[in-house]
Design a protein around this ligand. Structure first.
Ligand code: 9Z3
Length: 357
C-alpha cells in the first residue's frame, strides 16, 4: 500500500476524536473564560512530552520517542512565576511542573523524608529547605487556579486536543501564547490501516508503512488562532540543519518564532529564529549585551519572510549569574527562554493596540 499524506482537513474527517474530548474542552474553556475576564491577564498553552503511535487498535505495542517533558514542565513553572495562567497539555506520565523536581530517578522523594523520633526534634534537613520554594510556588499556582493540566497519550489525542484548545484560546487574541514544545510524531497508522488485534509473531518479521502526520501548524497560525503569539520548536540531531530547517518552518507557517535545539545540547543552548523585520512589532533595543544577535541575509522566498534574525541563548554565558536573584537554585535554560518570550509577547500585544487604534 502507498503511504498517503493527509491534509489537516482529511485527517480530522477520517480519524476519530478521542473519548473525553468534549469534557476536556469544557474544562479548558472554563479556564480561559475565567482568565479572559481579568484585564491584561495572559494565558499560555504549553505542550509537553512525546506522543505515542499505536501499532494495534487494541494497543499492546506503540512507537514512542525520547522526550521526558523537561522543557515543557520547567517552562510552565517559569511562565507561572511571570504571572501567566498556564494550560499544560502534556503526555501522560511525563514530567509535570513542580513535581518534576522529585519524580523519576531525580531526587527520589522518599530519600528526602526522615522519620522524626521525638516531637521536640525540630531539625530541618537540607533537602527540606530546597523543597520549600518549590512547594510554595506549587501551592500558589494551585490556590490561584493558574495551572490547568490536561493529558494525552497518542498523537491522535494530541492533534484533536491541540485543535480544540487553539479555538478555545482564540477569544484572548494577542493575550494568548502558544509554546509548542511537545515532541510530536511525524508518522502514524491511520484507522483504516491499523491492526485491530495484537500483531502475531508467526511471520517472523514486521514491516510497517506509516502515513505522514499533517502539519497542523499552518491552519493553527492562519485559521484557528491568527492573533496569538506562536512559538514552535525545531529539534535536529545534525547541527547544520538546525537553522535552515527553523527558517523554513517560519517561512512556511508564518508564525512569530521558532526555537531551534539540538538533541544532545538542548539543555545548554537554543537558538531563536524569527523574522528580521516583524511586520507589526517594533523591536525594542536590548539591554542585555550577553545575548548574541546575528542578522542573516535573505535565504529563501517563503510566505513573506525574506530575512531572519538568530539569537543564541547559552547557559555558559550566564555562569554564576542568576537572573532571579536566588543563588541556591541551579539556572536552567528555560528561565532564559521565558524571560525573552515575555518581552516579545509584550511587544506583540502592544503592536496590536497600536495597529487597531
Ligand atoms: C522540542 O524541540 C523540545 O525542546 C524537546 C524537549 C522535545 C527537544 P525534553 O522533553 O525535550 O525536555 O526531553 N520540541 C519540539 C520537537 C518537534 O517535534 N518539533 C516538530 C519538528 O521539529 C515541529 S513542531 O518538526
Amino acid at each position: 500500500m502507498e503511504s498517503r499524506t493527509f491534509s489537516t482537513e482529511s485527517y480530522f474527517q477520517t480519524q476519530r476524536p478521542p473519548s473525553g474530548l468534549a469534557e476536556r474542552t469544557q474544562k479548558m474553556t472554563e479556564f480561559v473564560d475565567k482568565w479572559r475576564a481579568v484585564p491584561n491577564q495572559r494565558v499560555v498553552l504549553v505542550t509537553s512530552g512525546g506522543t505515542t503511535v499505536p501499532l494495534e487498535a487494541n494497543t499492546v505495542r506503540f512507537l514512542d520517542n525520547f522526550s521526558a517533558g523537561t522543557r515543557g514542565a520547567t517552562s510552565a513553572e517559569h511562565f507561572l512565576s511571570a504571572g501567566y495562567a498556564v494550560i499544560f497539555l502534556h503526555r501522560l506520565h511525563s514530567l509535570r511542573p513542580f513535581s518534576r523536581h522529585y519524580s523519576h530517578s531525580l531526587n527520589p522523594f522518599l530519600d528526602l523524608l526522615s522519620v522524626v523520633q521525638s516531637s521536640s526534634d525540630t531539625a530541618v534537613s537540607e533537602h527540606a529547605k530546597s523543597l520549600l520554594p518549590i512547594l510554595q510556588a506549587h501551592q500558589k499556582a494551585q490556590s490561584e487556579g493558574k495551572l490547568l493540566s490536561v493529558d494525552f497519550q497518542t498523537v491522535n489525542e494530541y492533534l484533536w486536543l491541540l485543535k480544540s484548545v487553539t479555538s478555545v484560546l482564540a477569544p484572548l487574541q494577542r493575550r494568548g501564547m502558544f509554546y509548542l514544545a511537545a515532541a510530536v510524531s511525524d508518522f502514524f497508522l491511520p484507522e483504516d490501516r491499523i491492526a485491530e488485534h495484537k500483531i502475531q509473531s508467526v511471520h517472523g518479521t514486521l514491516s510497517l508503512e506509516m502515513d505522514q502526520v499533517p502539519k497542523v501548524l499552518k491552519p493553527l497560525v492562519q485559521e484557528w488562532n491568527p492573533e496569538g503569539y506562536i512559538v514552535s520548536f525545531k529539534l535536529e540531531t545534525d547541527s547544520t540543519l538546525l537553522i535552515p530547517k527553523s527558517r523554513a518552518a517560519l517561512s512556511r507557517y508564518g508564525h512569530q518564532l521558532v526555537i531551534g535545539n539540538e538533541l544532545h545540547h538542548r539543555k545548554q543552548r537554543v537558538v531563536f529564529v524569527e523574522p528580521a523585520h516583524p511586520s507589526s512589532t517594533p523591536r525594542k533595543a536590548r539591554a542585555d549585551e550577553r545575548i548574541r544577535e546575528v542578522e542573516t541575509p535573505p535565504l529563501m522566498s517563503g510566505d513573506g519572510v525574506d530575512s531572519f534574525r538568530e539569537t543564541w541563548l547559552r547557559l555558559e554565558d550566564y555562569e554564576g549569574k542568576r537572573t532571579d536573584g536566588n543563588p541556591e537554585s541551579e539556572l536552567e535554560i528555560e528561565e532564559l527562554i521565558i524571560k525573552e518570550l515575555v518581552q516579545r509577547h509584550t511587544s506583540w500585544i502592544e503592536a496590536g493596540y497600536s495597529s487597531t487604534s
